[in-house]
Design a protein around this ligand. Structure first.
Ligand code: 0GY
Length: 295
């Protein structure tokens, strides 16, 4: 089974930026291996195998300490590859799962035991047929007893449609990739203003400042057009931002980023050591390892 997108970078460079001790890659995936953990029949793309050992090697190479592994649509609601990686990580990885409304409390407990701390609701139409709101609401209510949060993934054009539903969610909500702004539009335009309002008016909302390689229209050499967007989010909501590599970068068809260069992008959006520490250590530890963060 051949992947229908580029393979991840075979030899990422060594970053020039040194992440602070204890830094967390708070958005990455594991895929397969397909002969052990088959991809979902309903998937919209076929990835390459990208297993836990490769993820741990990347973590060490980049100078990071921990991972948050996010269930991607190509594995549907079959979280076995995710759980396998979490168990193997010996506490150095947490997870965000995908579940259906039919999930049992016992299954949720088992996911929690393995290290899952949230569920992902995906609204990106090219990736998935989203569940109806009432199904998502029932999942949201079911996970509250575990103290989990909800990760949402959507395109900027769809935010207006979902705004009221998102703000009705009863948990902490983490937005993937800054709500995928169109970085060709002005930063003070209506679209990004709506996203900033989502976070500004709703203190339970966090954002990942991830994926310059997906958002940039200026190409792989520095992702300059994404910097003002990322920096605004980091500086405005410094206690509610997360960073991650997005390895192995599913669906990247134009170019495959060098993960070392993605680490070097961090000081462009978090220019001071204080902001870097919040983004890479304090915030992810508070959300995913609160028992160690003293929360
Ligand atoms: C990402 C982005 C993408 C894919 C998925 O669940 C997924 O399949 O999240 C994408 O294609 O934009 O965060 O990995």
């Amino acid at each position: 089974m051949d992947p229908d997108w580029l393979r991840f970078h075979p030899e990422p460079s060594t970053p020039q930026f040194t992440p602070p001790a204890g830094s967390v890659d708070a958005h990455c995936h594991v895929f397969g291996p397909a002969d052990q953990f088959p991809f979902a029949r309903e998937r919209k793309y076929t990835p390459c195998d990208a297993g836990k050992e490769q993820l741990w090697a990347l973590r060490d190479h980049l100078g990071l300490s921990r991972n948050v592994i996010v269930q991607a649509t190509c594995h549907g609601a079959d979280n076995r590859a995710l759980v396998d990686a979490l168990v193997d990580s010996q506490g150095l990885a947490r997870g965000v799962a995908t579940v259906r409304p039919s999930v049992t409390d016992e299954e949720l407990d088992a996911l929690h035991q393995a290290g899952v701390r949230g569920v992902r609701f995906n609204f990106v139409k090219r990736l998935v047929d989203a569940l109806p709101f009432d199904s998502l609401e029932s999942i949201a209510e079911r996970i509250m007893r575990l103290g989990w949060h909800i990760v949402i993934y959507f395109e900027a054009d769809d935010l207006a449609e979902y705004f009221d539903f998102f703000t009705s969610l009863p948990t902490t909500v983490v937005v993937d990739h800054m709500g995928r702004p169109d970085v060709r539009k002005p930063i003070d335009g209506a679209d990004f203003e709506m996203f900033l309002r989502l976070l500004g008016d709703n203190k339970n909302f966090w954002s990942k400042v991830t994926c310059p390689e997906r958002l940039s229209r200026s190409g792989p050499h520095g992702y300059e057009d994404v910097i003002p967007f990322g920096r605004t989010v980091v500086e405005t909501f410094s206690d509610r931002v997360l960073w991650g590599t997005d390895w192995p970068h599913p669906n990247m068809k134009s170019h495959m980023p060098d993960d070392g260069k993605l680490v070097d992008f961090i000081p462009q959006i978090a220019p001071t050591p204080e902001l870097q520490h919040k983004l890479l250590v304090d915030n992810p530890m508070r959300l995913y390892w609160p028992e160690e963060a003293g929360v």
